[in-house]
Design a protein around this ligand. Structure first.
Ligand SMILES: Cc1cc2nc3c(=O)[nH]c(=O)nc-3n(C[C@H](O)[C@H](O)[C@H](O)COP(=O)(O)O)c2cc1C
Length: 199
């Protein structure tokens, strides 16, 4: 049975989506790995269904069942006020049945984030996503400093997970160091998912 890696994200302007693509590329380096990339819809104040089931562009929307079935998770968000964006919180808040059943226990998870200022909350945003996943019993996957891009980067990248310093002009180009760290993170997630599934 292949290992299933779920990469799920919310992105309004495309930076987090660009990171997801490179994380997927890294995960695909590990043999026998299926990589599933999904996006999240905007959050709405209306309680009724406000979105089409199929997005106008990009990846399909993520279903909670896909979270339940994954062997490893990468979850991504823009930094909004130093924390995860509402659509990501809304998605996680729908995961309590999985918490009750313990379906995510001992599965590896990592987070990725984009922020438009250097000190505007890269690490806090990763931590905000880490907290609910630790309640689920997931095993946190950071980025060790053997990835030398963590030292050379002049933009995003942290040992808690990869980040991107988004430009104020809405360009979504990742630096070479950010791309390399995204790929390292995807690869490490898939390696650990493979190891943990065997034990
Ligand atoms: C409501 C809101 C709050 C934001 N708060 C922060 C913040 O606290 N720190 C920061 O560096 N950037 C902040 N930003 C900028 C976003 O993090 C940036 O636009 C985002 O990383 C782009 O990701 P995307 O291209 O995937 O949408 C904020 C943007 C919005 C719309």
């Amino acid at each position: 049975m292949p290992i299933k890696i779920l990469i799920v994200f919310y992105s309004r302007h495309g930076s987090v989506a660009a990171m997801a693509k490179h994380i997927a590329r890294g995960a695909q380096r590990i043999a026998n790995t299926d990589v599933i990339v999904r996006q999240l819809p905007d959050a709405s104040f209306n309680s009724e269904q406000t979105r089409d089931a199929i997005p106008e562009e990009g990846y399909p929307f993520c279903e909670i069942e896909e979270l339940a079935e994954c062997d490893g998770l990468a979850i991504g968000s823009p930094s909004y006020f130093g924390s995860m964006a509402a659509p990501v919180k809304l998605f996680l808040d729908q995961s309590s049945p999985l918490w009750m059943s313990g379906q995510l226990i001992d599965k590896p998870a990592c987070a990725f984030a984009s922020a438009s200022t250097m000190h505007g909350g890269h690490e806090m945003t990763l931590h905000s996503m880490m907290i609910p996943l630790m309640h689920h019993g997931m095993v946190w996957v950071g980025l060790p400093y053997k990835n030398r891009a963590l030292i050379s980067t002049t933009a995003g990248g942290t040992p808690y997970g990869v980040t991107h310093l988004a430009s104020q002009t809405s360009e979504t180009d990742l630096t070479d160091d950010e791309k390399s760290l995204c790929e390292a993170q995807g690869q490490r997630l898939a390696e650990l998912a493979t190891t943990l599934k065997k034990t």
